[in-house]
Design a protein around this ligand. Sequence first.
Ligand SMILES: Cc1ncc(C[n+]2csc(CCOP(=O)(O)OP(=O)(O)O)c2C)c(N)n1
Ligand SMILES: [Mg+2]
Length: 280
Amino acid sequence: MSEKSIESFNIRDYLREDMFPHFLCPGCGHGIAMRALLWAIHELEISNDNLAIVSGIGCSGRIGAYVDANTFHVTHGRPLAFATGLALSRPDLKVVVITGDGDCLAIGGNHLIHACRRNLNMTCMMLNNEVYGMTGGQASPTTSATRYTTTSPTGSIEPVFNACDLAAAAGASFVGREVTLQTPALKNLLHQAIDHDGFSFVEVISDCTEIFGRKNDLGDSPEMILSQKGSMRPDSYGNVVDEPFRPNHMKTGVFVETDRAEYGAVYRDHAKAVQARAGA
Ligand SMILES: Cc1ncc(C[n+]2csc(CCOP(=O)(O)OP(=O)(O)O)c2C)c(N)n1
Ligand SMILES: [Mg+2]
């Protein structure tokens, strides 16, 4: 596939301008993730007609509404289930799921593990802001220990999911993580994920300034986004990390890239074989 240059990328070509102004809070990282996604789509020369975006409920899920493509805003936790039917029946489409840490790992956690297990051709971009942003800031499966949320007013004491480890263990054939601070790296990761044949899972470390950052004294958007630099492992960025370094055991980059039978192809071959048997 040929790749287009950044100079030719005009994000407006990919947006529904009549949906603006958008509803995201100032400083929300989700918009950066949307830009990186559309930049990757541009590089891959995927036309609006061939792109299907399926999203669940949440600030993350709302992103889909701004993209000028085939978009489906479905029930909370269910975008992977909906996308499974879509990708199976329309293998000609590039299916991208946009979901949040709550949507994907809490109510939708079961769908995630089975999507990873099946390995159907689609990309799942999970925006991890450590919180249920849209509903006012409840704790999610990725809320770090000691963080204050509306459901952990004295500090969260729950262990967290490592979403990438979970996806890898469940069988996803492509798994990666990136932070919004490193937008070109995020674009490259999404490019690889969308190009991958099979189920690809990308965790984006985003930030929720208003609902989460404010409660936890994490500063404004620049402080929150810059802190991503210090919280990743130094080896993710060639050992160059600003001090003070706060290790949180998270790495960025591609963790899994394997060649495994794609479920849609297996399904179509199986259907043909069954039909041939029935006809014989
Ligand atoms: C069945 C159902 N349960 C609960 C809700 C309420 N609800 C809407 S969004 C959301 C959580 C969203 O959090 P996340 O997926 O992390 O997205 P964010 O807003 O943080 O981007 C919840 C619980 C709902 N809409 N439907
Ligand atoms: Mg969230």
